[in-house]
Design a protein around this ligand. Structure first.
Ligand code: 4NP
Length: 168
């Protein structure tokens, strides 16, 4: 299983989701699952994650080692699941699909959140916002990461994806 987390800049949300998922997957004995991240934009290619994202993440025990990259359509070949942080990221990814197989890999991260029901919450863009926005971002990311790890442990991933109309 290969997971790719995607936001706009690849410096705030998607590196945070990557680090949280790696940590929680390892804790759950799912350390073989690969996780990487990318941004739909090229604004921060080569940059380290945002200092507020790193500060709050490290406070919670997560590690950061990535540099920003921009998502390209060939990245679909290297992922089984492409997790969009918000609806705009999802729409931007859908513009880049080359096949129904690519399309089937895209889902919003919020489908794994504990409050996912008929609607799914976006992970809001914290760029330019104060530290509190990053605290809320991690609370939301940790909750969705727990849901995704549970789905992998319980073998219910396809069920969750189908419930939210992903893969169509
Ligand atoms: P991210 O946040 O998509 O969570 O990495 C952003 C970072 C930078 C910009 C926008 C969002 N920007 O416009 O530069």
């Amino acid at each position: 299983m290969r997971i790719l987390t995607v936001c706009l800049g690849n410096i705030c949300r998607s590196p945070a989701a990557e680090s949280v998922l790696l940590h929680k997957l390892a804790e759950a004995g799912l350390g073989h699952v690969r996780v990487t991240s990318a941004g739909t934009a090229d604004y921060h290619v080569g940059e380290r994650p945002h200092e507020l994202s790193v500060a709050e993440g490290e406070r919670r025990g997560y590690a950061f080692s990535t540099r920003g990259i921009q998502f390209e359509d060939t990245h679909f070949d290297d992922a089984d699941l492409v997790l969009a942080m918000d609806a705009i990221n999802e729409a931007d990814l859908l513009e880049l699909v080359r096949s129904p197989e690519d399309r089937a890999k895209i889902v919003r991260f919020g489908v794994f959140a504990s409050d996912a029901g008929d609607g799914v919450r976006d992970v809001p863009d914290p760029w330019g916002r104060p530290a509190e926005a990053y605290t809320a971002m991690y609370d939301q990311i940790e909750d969705a990461a727990d849901g995704l790890v549970r789905a992998l442990q319980e073998g219910t991933l396809d069920e969750v994806l189908a419930r939210h109309g992903a893969g169509r």
